[in-house]
Design a protein around this ligand. Structure first.
Ligand code: DGY
Length: 324
């Protein structure tokens, strides 16, 4: 009987996916769910045919090029791959795959959750009740911002932005603006009556809510810097479910403290899991712990997608989500 490929998984995955991994491969799971240090990731590259990291594992050139590397495929659990040195993988002839599509709706749902929470002061209201500070209904209590009918600006217009545009436009009657250097086909934007803007600045100036949907990485590092945040309207809100380093967090905190923008809803941070104290202190910021794809259905589907990719690779078929 042919030996099963050895697969090393860096964190716990949902139970049904772990069961499938164990059935299909000689799988080494991380039952303790402790993050693996760089040295352990290097050893995994040497010991396994496939390494399965996730978005919180930094897969550097030093890990990919470790002496005696045996792994030929990195099956990433997650759609974003800015934590993997893709050039190093390409140079080393290592295949990298990700998990697109299956997390589109849940991530867009969470972006919408943040938008609604920030606009309607839901986090603040919840703290108010839990701290036993609520003294009863009154006409001027905790007035927020109306969402229905407002303008939503999307920075990046890929799958997740499209799903958010759908929910915002058809569910909340919102007008949709967007900027993307690689815009979708006109028919796609037309489905939501989305208006293409020439620049990020144009979107920022014209939107009541700005939601980020661009990939992380060098090209988008601090895309939202002090100057660009300064282009937003004082009543506007910034929503980030993309990657933390797309936003200059120091500039964001200052803009929020000075009232240059009205609030923010954040799911991702530069240097996770650290969340700056300055942002956590602000009542007009909703902070969530990178929950975009965190539903049972989606997390299982993401894992199954990794297994599909690995099975295809080891059966000499093209993995459907191959990046390089
Ligand atoms: C991803 O997949 O890139 C998200 O950040 C986690 O689901």
């Amino acid at each position: 009987m042919q030996k099963k490929p050895k697969v090393i998984v860096t964190r716990r995955w949902p139970e049904p996916v772990e069961q499938r991994l164990l059935a299909s491969f000689d799988a080494e799971l991380n039952t303790a769910d402790e993050p693996m240090p760089a040295s352990a990731l290097q050893s995994a590259m040497q010991a396994a045919d496939a390494l399965c990291p996730t978005v919180s594992d930094k897969i550097t050139e030093q890990i990919i090029d470790v002496e005696g590397a045996r792994a030929k495929i990195i099956g990433n659990y997650g759609v974003g791959f800015n934590h993997i040195d893709i050039d190093a993988a390409k140079d080393a002839g290592i295949v990298v795959t990700n998990t697109p599509e299956v997390l589109t709706d849940c991530t867009a749902d969470l972006a919408m959750t943040l938008l609604l929470m920030a606009a309607r002061r839901a986090g603040e209201g919840e703290r108010h009740v839990r701290h036993d500070e609520w003294t009863g209904w009154r006409p001027t209590h905790m007035m927020g911002t109306k969402v229905t009918g407002k303008t939503l600006g999307l920075i990046g217009f890929g799958r997740i932005a499209g799903a958010m545009a759908h929910k915002a436009h058809f569910g909340f009657g919102m007008r949709i603006l967007f900027h993307d250097p690689y815009p979708p086909a006109v028919e796609v934007a037309n489905k939501f009556g989305a208006i293409q803007c020439d620049s990020v600045e144009d979107v920022l100036r014209r939107s009541d809510f700005v939601s980020l949907h661009c990939p992380g990485g060098n090209e988008t590092y601090h895309l939202l810097n002090a100057e660009r945040i300064g282009e937003m309207q004082p009543h506007a809100f910034l929503i980030n479910t993309a990657r933390g380093d797309v936003v200059d967090q120091v500039a964001l905190e200052q803009a929020l403290r000075k009232g240059h923008i009205a609030g923010a809803g954040l799911d991702v941070y530069e240097g996770e899991p650290a969340v700056p104290k300055g942002l956590r202190e602000l009542e007009n910021v909703v902070v969530l712990p990178h929950l975009g794809s965190a539903t049972m259905e989606t997390r299982v589907a993401m894992g199954m997608r990794v297994v599909d990719n690995l099975e295809a690779y080891f059966a000499d078929r093209a993995p459907r989500d191959r990046i390089v």
